[in-house]
Design a protein around this ligand. Sequence first.
Ligand SMILES: *[C@@H]1O[C@H](CO)[C@@H](O)[C@H](O)[C@H]1NC(C)=O
Ligand SMILES: *[C@@H]1O[C@H](CO)[C@@H](O)[C@H](O)[C@H]1NC(C)=O
Length: 408
Amino acid sequence: MRATFAVLVTVASLTAYYVYIPLPRTVSEPWKLMLLDATFRGVQSLCHLVQKLGLGHHLRVLNFVINVFEMLAPKSNEMVEVTDTTFDGVQVRVFEPKKKLNDELKRSIIYIHGGGWALGSARMRSYDHLCRKMANDMNAVLVSIEYRLVPEAHFPEQINDVYLATRYFLQAEILSQYSVDPERIAVSGDSAGGNLAAAVSQQLVLDRSVTIQLKLQALIYPVLQAFDFNTPSYQQSHATPILYKQVMARFWLEYLNGDPRFVQAMLVNNHTASDQNQLTSIRARLNWTALLPQSFKKNFKPIVQVIGNPQVIRELPALLDPRAAPLIADKEILQLLPRAYILTCEYDVLRDDGIMYAKRLEDAGIEVTLDHYEDGFHGAMIFALPPTNFDVGNKIMNNYINWLDENL
Ligand SMILES: *[C@@H]1O[C@H](CO)[C@@H](O)[C@H](O)[C@H]1NC(C)=O
Ligand SMILES: *[C@@H]1O[C@H](CO)[C@@H](O)[C@H](O)[C@H]1NC(C)=O
């Protein structure tokens, strides 16, 4: 009896130790977030273990787990017709509202899901639900792109998939097939999908063969740069779930197919040390001491290494490619971009990526709506559904859809 009790107490304390992490008091529903984070960490550790045992790449295992629990077949209902098809060889899931309003042309949103360029799917329950809801609420045609993921694909394949599918859709004949108004099309995405949405917006304005352009870009807690891993938000939220600083740096390295050993150097900004003169002009473009308002800078100090590790940029020039890091694009390109909505969360390493991009776009003369959530954490929107049901996730989703509905 006493032994059983001792075992129970030990298990309970170990569980509590595993689950408990200190969280900011103002984050939405901290206990729920703690449980979500512990589940995530548990599944990730398991996937790394499977990789150590030689049974498969950890990301493939993780996607398999997500597949088993989260994937939905293309299921139409009386409101929305859902079809899986391909656009120029790239898989897409299309959601068409069945409502007919006197043959009026519909609005359309091209949606790009998040997941560190490695996880997630247009078929995932949360993304399927989001697109279905937008199609229904806005009477709009949703195109959710099923781009290839790490480890099957690496930069620039993800962005190329997204670009091909988008360019295919933006043809007059295709739009008319879907009864879409060519003047009312937006691109949107969350996290790594926000990165791809920002990058594809830049590519489209540079492509002279594309005559139908986007009206809006809506970026939800986007990842936009891999130059400075010590912005105030990276410093503040380095250990805040669910996107830890180190995990974000690893996602970058996997996306760019870089040596995983570079991660430590990148975390201290050794890859962009000031002795590398070729980086000077880029440094000025994401100089957060100039771009962020004081309320976000707080008392954080810039971290610039004097001597670092030039090998990282030598091996991974894509770190400085605007197709990977849209925040560093030339002002001449930013000036051509569509109007933007950028959503940021206080408890997110990527908060300042979004805020700096908003500022650079504004400085280039683009109209920007910055929608910031003081109680938000990275990824909150995809946890709006049961069983997680995050209040802040629902709030974000509703405000984002309302903004699109009013402005598209
Ligand atoms: C950063 O670079 C300096 C100078 O080369 C080196 O001494 C230091 O160990 C590096 N730090 C990391 C974490 O790579
Ligand atoms: C960054 O901005 C600050 C404030 O405007 C300025 O003092 C500093 O020289 C800038 N640094 C770079 C590298 O541009």
